[in-house]
Design a protein around this ligand. Structure first.
Ligand SMILES: NC(=O)c1ccc[n+]([C@@H]2O[C@H](COP(=O)([O-])OP(=O)(O)OC[C@H]3O[C@@H](n4cnc5c(N)ncnc54)[C@H](OP(=O)(O)O)[C@@H]3O)[C@@H](O)[C@H]2O)c1
Length: 327
């Protein structure tokens, strides 16, 4: 595993880290024992940074991370999120009082005195125009409740606005072979300001593992079933917002680019790591074998110029018209 600086935090984080949404819920049935095995596999592979949220399984994901931290000696940093407990989910809800309460819940779930990194959880765009929200986070940092804070955003525009706040240390954004716009302008701006970048949904919800087909079935409680058209949260989170059939066709064009012995998941993650501005990718994994395969991306040699160009062409022809202007 190779490590990269996470912005100005002083931390060196595993360039392939771990996304802990699926082990909390919303991705079909999961068993805690298997989730813990996946987490142990991640730590065995050198993962030292894990992304979660208070709402993933209503605290289940955070509580599993508290367990892994108790059981392992290695230093593991946890990035959690706050805001999605709000119902309705409004900008006004991001008050100092509500944020403080969400932080207390996460501290309890994670059995911690201070949270390593708290990210606003895809708040409404208006939040980025309310400096008092960032002031409230500064106060929580001064009070010793949180070490650092950042944001998880839906759009490049939100990301660019967020990093104008000087204490925003990290931005989490969807970035993968099917979601390339962050690399155009945002990455350079983030690098200039020393902001760390977490690339989320790096496998386009599993599409970029190459294992899905038109026949794939998902459990009723899997967002790849219930949120395909954005029924419950932003449609851009499920399959990166790309039409499923169009994405499958693009995947078949990527397949011949894989070097012998390299899985598509590792190849797709290595594509992300070709971008220096990215601090880490945070693939979700439910099983130890998936985690090992994903971590192997860090050991791959750089993709060739030809492969990079081919991915760009596939994106331009098949995916860009569907998503580029939206997020
Ligand atoms: N709003 C936000 O802030 C937000 C939103 C989304 C995600 N995130 C974060 O980003 C993380 C990653 O995104 P994501 O989980 O949505 O999507 P992802 O990483 O693109 O896809 C993860 C899913 O792909 C499948 N998979 C993973 N590795 C695989 C492999 N090697 N081979 C085959 N299949 C594999 C697994 O599902 P199956 O085995 O069931 O197919 C897994 O749950 C999340 O866990 C979460 O921490 C944050």
């Amino acid at each position: 595993m190779r490590y990269r600086a996470l912005g100005r935090t002083g931390w060196q984080v595993s360039e392939v880290s771990f996304g802990a949404w699926a082990i909390g819920g919303s991705w079909g049935p999961v068993r805690d024992e298997e989730s813990l095995a996946a987490l142990n596999q991640a730590v065995d592979c050198g993962v030292n940074f894990i992304d979660t949220a208070d709402v993933y399984g209503d605290g289940r994901s955070e509580r599993l991370l508290a367990r892994i931290k108790r059981e392992r000696r290695e230093e593991i940093r946890i990035a959690t999120k706050a805001g999605r407990r709000l119902s309705p989910h409004t900008a006004a809800g991001y008050s100092a009082k509500n944020l403080a309460a969400f932080i207390e819940d996460s501290l309890r779930n994670l059995s911690a005195d201070c949270l390593d990194l708290v990210q606003l959880h895809c708040p409404p765009t208006e939040v980025y125009y309310r400096p008092e929200v960032f002031g409230a986070l500064d106060d929580l940092a001064k009070a010793g409740k949180i070490r650092f804070y950042g944001v998880s955003v839906e759009t490049v525009e939100e990301a660019l606005k967020a990093i104008e706040f000087p204490n925003v240390q990290t931005v989490q954004i969807i970035f993968n072979c099917f979601r390339q716009r962050p690399a155009e302008l945002f990455f350079a701006e983030a690098q200039r300001r020393g902001v760390g970048i977490l690339a989320r949904v790096p496998l386009a919800s599993g599409l970029l593992s190459g294992k899905l087909s038109r026949q794939s079935q998902f459990a009723a409680d899997d967002h790849r079933n219930f949120n395909r058209h954005g029924e419950q949260f932003d449609v851009g989170e499920t399959f990166s917002g790309v039409d499923f059939d169009a994405a499958l066709e693009a995947v078949e064009e990527i397949r011949p680019l894989l070097p012998p012995g390299v899985s598509m998941a590792a190849f797709a993650l290595r594509w992300i790591l070709m971008h220096d501005a990215v601090s880490c990718a945070i693939p979700g994994g439910k099983r130890p074998a998936q985690v090992a395969e994903n971590c192997a991306a860090s050991d791959l040699p750089p993709l060739t110029a030809g492969a990079m160009e081919a991915i760009r062409r596939i994106y331009d022809a098949r995916i860009r018209p569907l998503v580029h202007q939206r997020w």
